[in-house]
Design a protein around this ligand. Structure first.
Ligand SMILES: [Mg+2]
Length: 175
C-alpha cells in the first residue's frame, strides 16, 4: 500500500505549531511565547490557522479517520479544557474533531492520553499516529508508548534524519 495513512484509523494532533501558530512568528520560534506575553490580553486574534489545515482535516473526515486534538496546557483541568475548546471554536474546527483534550504539563502526558483513548475505542496502536511540531512534547511521548509519529518541520526543531518529518500538514497523505 503506497499511502501508509490508509492503514490508520485514528490521528492524534498537537495544536500549537501543528494546526495553528502565532501570526507574528509562524514556525520561526516555539509558539508558546504568545501565552506568556503578559501584554496580550486575548491571544486568539494573534493566532492563525497554518495554511492547509482545513483542507487536510476535510480530507481526513471524508476518509472516515478519527481525529483527536491533544494540546498541552499548564492550567488546572477545567480551565485548560475551557481554553482549548475556545481555540477550536475560534477557528471553527469543531466539526473536524472527534475528541479534544487539554493534556497535562509533563512530557509523558500525551502518551497516557493516547493509551487511554485507544483502549476505550478498541483501536490497536498500529492503527494510530501522532502528529506534532515538538519532539519532546509530541513525537517522543507517542513513540514511547509504541505509536507512530510525524514531526512537522520548523525552524525551532533540529533536523534529525532518524525522525520522520513532514514539511506541511498535507504531506501526511504522502508520508
Ligand atoms: Mg505544538
Amino acid at each position: 500500500m503506497k499511502n501508509k495513512l490508509l492503514k490508520k484509523k485514528i490521528i492524534f494532533f498537537d495544536a500549537d505549531g501543528t494546526l495553528w501558530y502565532p501570526i507574528k512568528t509562524k514556525h520561526t520560534i516555539l509558539p508558546h511565547w504568545l501565552y506568556l506575553d503578559k501584554s496580550i490580553k486575548d491571544y486568539h486574534p494573534h493566532l492563525m490557522l497554518i495554511p492547509g489545515t482545513v483542507n487536510t482535516l476535510r480530507r481526513l473526515k471524508k476518509m472516515g479517520i478519527i481525529t483527536v486534538i491533544l494540546s498541552t496546557h499548564p492550567h488546572e483541568k477545567d480551565e485548560a479544557y475551557k481554553r482549548i475548546d475556545k481555540k477550536v471554536k475560534h477557528f471553527n474546527l469543531g466539526e473536524f474533531f472527534t475528541e479534544v483534550h487539554a493534556t497535562r504539563e509533563y512530557h509523558e502526558s500525551k502518551g497516557e492520553y493516547i493509551i487511554e483513548i485507544l483502549k476505550r475505542l478498541n483501536i490497536p496502536k498500529t492503527k494510530a499516529i501522532m502528529i506534532g511540531d515538538n519532539y519532546k512534547w509530541d513525537y517522543k511521548p507517542a513513540r514511547s508508548v509504541g505509536v507512530d509519529a510525524l514531526l512537522v518541520e520548523s525552524d525551532y526543531m533540529k533536523k534529525d534524519k532518524r525522525l520522520k518529518t513532514i514539511k506541511k500538514l498535507y504531506d501526511i497523505f504522502n508520508y
